[in-house]
Design a protein around this ligand. Structure first.
Ligand code: HEM
Length: 222
């Protein structure tokens, strides 16, 4: 008599982009509503507060992007080094467009921003593949929620045309989705090559927490 074998239900392992999304979904909900982000989402942000946010983000990209470029030959980092996504120049152009001569001296970077930049230096020196986590948090964020933020910022600061919102500009919607799809495919490749994909997921969770701190400190600084 034939013996029935129990059916094995195969649960395919999650890919790296799926793991990143699942692990940070709850934090995303919290961070997008924390500190200065909450003010921004309500459309209530004032120009000087927005400039302070951009200056802190600029410090972050100015540390992240050269580090990514330096690590472009690293097999587990190279796939996510996409200069088309780089935001540093766009942020500099927005800062120039939004600053006025009569403005009070620019505020210093928030302590959480300084710590973030230090963390980027540390991982580049010790575990460069963790830079992938920061590229994920920034660039997929900019390609997703960033696109809604552009409309909000334009309205809140009564901006005309593209001046002041280059940060969010990756081209039209088809280019935005091409870049997002390409970035997810790059994360898949990283997942296949990374020495420790779990550490990249943990670093992304840490990156969200650090963003939350930056946004809270910016709100507290007014
Ligand atoms: C403040 C307003 C924000 C809004 C309205 C917003 C909204 C969104 C939306 C609608 C998505 C697409 C979700 C999907 O495709 O299923 C998304 C994805 C994402 N956002 Fe945000 N977001 C905001 C802030 C942030 C911030 C501050 C960060 C980073 C610190 C961030 C990081 C991300 C990431 C990494 C993704 C990609 C998730 C994935 O598909 O793996 N977002 N966001």
């Amino acid at each position: 008599m034939a013996i029935m074998q129990p059916t094995m239900i195969e649960t395919p392992a999650l890919s790296l982009p799926q793991r990143l999304k699942a692990a940070t979904a709850e934090q995303h909900r919290r961070v997008e509503r924390s500190g200065v982000m909450a003010t921004l989402l309500r459309g209530r942000i004032e120009r000087l507060a927005y400039l302070a946010l951009l200056r802190n983000l600029h410090a972050l990209y100015a540390a992240l992007e050269p580090a990514l470029s330096r690590q472009a030959a690293h097999p587990a980092v190279g796939p996510v080094v996409v200069p088309e996504l780089f935001r540093r120049d766009a942020l500099e152009s927005d800062l120039r467009a939004l600053q006025r001569e009569a403005d009070p001296p620019a505020e210093v970077l928030r302590p959480a921003t300084v710590a973030y930049v230090e963390r980027l230096r540390e991982i580049e020196a010790t575990q460069p593949e963790l830079l992938v986590a920061h590229a994920y948090v920034r660039y997929l964020g900019d390609l997703s929620g960033g696109q809604q933020l552009r409309r909000i910022v334009r309205r809140a600061l009564a901006l005309q045309g593209a001046a002041g919102t280059c940060f969010y500009d990756f081209g039209d919607t088809s280019q935005v989705s091409r870049l997002a799809q390409g970035f997810r495919a790059a994360l898949d490749e990283v997942g296949a090559r990374a020495h420790d994909a779990g550490a990249i997921v943990a670093e992304a969770e840490g990156a969200f927490a650090r963003h939350g701190q930056i946004f809270e400190q910016l709100a507290a600084a007014g």
